[in-house]
Design a protein around this ligand. Structure first.
Ligand code: AMP
Length: 193
């Protein structure tokens, strides 16, 4: 299955992506992780993207789309994948669909894990020091949440229109969220052609 995991920062999508990756034996592809790795290695791409990541702004579509699509061409992703943090804008979603379609592949399901802003803020601020990221500071968190609302909410509408979106209440326990996602995935799998 080719799955897109959506959800604002702090929604728990990273946890669910890891779980689904192990369960379905398909790679978890996080564009945020890929960017952080480029930055820590100091690659040429790092110079172009670091300022956006540090400020909580989105990296330009062409840069992130190139990175994500190259990863999806690797052999392990041909039997399925879980995308975490991509696509985040409608142009990214359209590029993804166009490229997959040309390869006779498609997105089968988009899962949106929802939670109110106050819950997201307190989860991100409450991250243990060991898992806290440089962009987990109040001003940057606020930007990340605002940018998500402005640019990523339209992506939810894009997948809803295609009948591929499942919305899950992310304020429940991890076990309850997991169960609802698994149910939604089996339903979407049975309806996807
Ligand atoms: P994440 O780990 O998914 O929260 O991503 C961390 C940061 O990487 C984001 O705040 C953005 O600056 C950048 N980023 C990751 N994925 C994308 C994307 N699909 N489009 C634009 N920027 C992205």
């Amino acid at each position: 299955m080719n799955i897109v995991l959506m959800g604002a920062p702090g929604s728990g999508k990273g946890t669910q992506a890891n779980r689904l990756s192990a369960l379905l034996r398909i790679p978890h592809i996080s564009t945020g992780e890929m960017l952080r790795s480029e930055i820590s290695l100091g690659t040429p791409l790092a110079l172009q993207v670091q300022k956006y990541v540090d400020l909580g702004e989105y990296v330009p579509d062409d840069l992130i789309t190139g990175l994500a699509l190259t990863r999806l061409d690797e052999p392990d992703a041909l039997k399925g994948f879980i995308l975490d943090g991509f696509p985040r804008t409608v142009p990214q979603a359209i590029s993804l669909d166009t490229v997959l379609e040309a390869q006779h592949r498609q997105i089968d399901a988009a899962i949106d894990i929802t939670a109110p802003t106050e819950v997201l803020m307190s989860r991100l601020l409450g991250r243990e020091a060991s898992e806290r990221r440089v962009d987990d500071v109040p001003a940057v968190i606020r930007t990340r949440l605002e940018v998500y609302k402005r640019l990523t909410h339209p992506v939810l509408a894009y997948y809803r229109q295609q009948g591929k979106l499942a919305e899950i209440d992310g304020t429940q326990s991890v076990a309850a969220v997991s169960k609802q996602i698994d149910t939604a995935l089996s339903l979407l799998r049975s309806t996807s052609s």
